[in-house]
Design a protein around this ligand. Structure first.
Ligand SMILES: O=C(O)CCC(=O)C(=O)O
Ligand SMILES: [Fe+2]
Length: 348
């Protein structure tokens, strides 16, 4: 995908993100802006979607909890169009974004990735994450794109944004289903219980897409993160970033920078996969660092079990995704952060 370098408009950012001395990044000073861009091979395991090596996949899931996916079959033209259109939609004024995307299936949010079931922030963030985003409930999008959507559909750009997202979402479901099967087949083979089919936990109708923009920050300090350290609650997450970089994953106590490589996706495992696999596979910690010169665009697809499907394992008390989500939301409100799977761990 291309690294788009539209000049941003300051009014498009949430007010507290607006900085008077922010360097302007556009095609004329591209050289200056690119000095933090690193493209090239990195240490992340690579999985070829067209010919999945099960042994390599198993190692990546057990040792890293994340891998790079190549040959995924999403047309480059779709990736480029989606990035370009997302940039344009992010460039709407802050107020227009709030107005145009105020209710499901597409909601606008900023400052925190912790959203409620309506796609709106759970609460005013205590520690601001320097990002804004759109949350899209994919299964609701198709009926909504065709249905009468009042005057919101009069905006041609947001209409094409919705269509592109729908097409991209279909590719994400296709990839998630296949990857989930390849990962869980291995778990089922190793299980003594014939009735346990780990692949069946994944429910494609739960898929959500998030599109993020992270501002350039002149003076990042230790507490200013694009997205603070976290694990995803999903079974599988699929990330797609532009060429700015900033995504980092924790492995064996060290942070690994994920180099931006065009036309590749990053697949990481979430808490539900860790529970389903009975701790064989890792829900990997990750975070996003801000870039001093350039804003960053990324997209994440997240897929979960159905709300009431019971997940049983020897490491955790029986849990459903809805109970897990309720506990996460309660912890964020009460203690200010996600405690996560630890809350459900069986006493040893
Ligand atoms: O922006 C990114 O690359 C990562 C986003 C992320 O980790 C998340 O949404 O959970
Ligand atoms: Fe994440």
């Amino acid at each position: 995908m291309k690294n788009m370098s539209l000049p941003y408009s300051s009014e498009s950012y949430p007010p507290i993100f607006r900085q008077p001395n922010r360097p302007l990044c556009n095609s004329k000073n591209q050289d200056l802006c690119n000095d933090e861009v690193v493209i090239g091979p990195d240490t992340l395991p690579v999985i070829d979607f067209q010919c999945i090596n099960e042994e390599k996949l198993h190692e990546a899931c057990a040792d890293w909890g994340v891998f790079r996916l190549v040959n995924h079959g999403i047309p480059t033209s779709l990736l480029n169009q989606l990035h370009e259109t997302s940039k344009q939609v992010f460039n709407y004024s802050f107020e227009s974004k709030q107005k145009l995307f105020s209710s499901s299936p597409v909601t606008y949010f900023w400052g925190t990735p912790a959203l409620n079931s309506k796609g709106l922030p759970l609460q005013q963030p205590k520690n601001v994450n320097w990002m804004e985003g759109f949350n899209i409930a994919l299964s609701q999008l198709s009926s909504h794109t065709h249905a009468d959507n009042g005057d919101k559909d009069d905006d041609p750009l947001s209409t094409s944004f919705r269509y592109l997202i729908q097409e991209y979402g279909n590719h994400q479901s296709r990839i998630a289903e296949m990857i989930n099967k390849a990962i869980t087949d291995r778990l089922d083979q190793g299980s003594l219980d014939d009735s346990r089919h780990c692949s069946s936990y994944l429910s494609l109708s739960t898929g959500i897409l998030r599109v993020y923009r992270y501002p350039a920050l002149v003076q990042p300090n230790e507490t200013s993160w694009g997205m603070d350290v976290h694990t995803d609650s999903s079974i599988i997450s699929i990330l797609n970033q532009d060429l700015v970089g900033g995504l980092q994953f924790l492995r064996h106590g060290h942070w690994h920078h994920v180099h931006p490589v065009p036309n590749t996706l990053i697949v990481n495992l979430g808490d539900m996969m860790q529970a389903i696999s009975d701790d064989k596979y890792k829900s990997v910690k990750h975070r996003v660092k801000l870039n001093k010169y350039e804003e960053r665009l990324s997209m994440g697809y997240f897929v979960f079990p159905d709300d009431d499907t019971l997940i049983q394992s020897s490491s955790y008390k029986p849990l459903t995704y809805s109970a897990f989500r309720a506990q996460v939301q309660q912890d964020i409100k009460a203690v200010g952060y996600k405690v996560g799977l630890q809350r459900f761990r069986q006493p040893s």
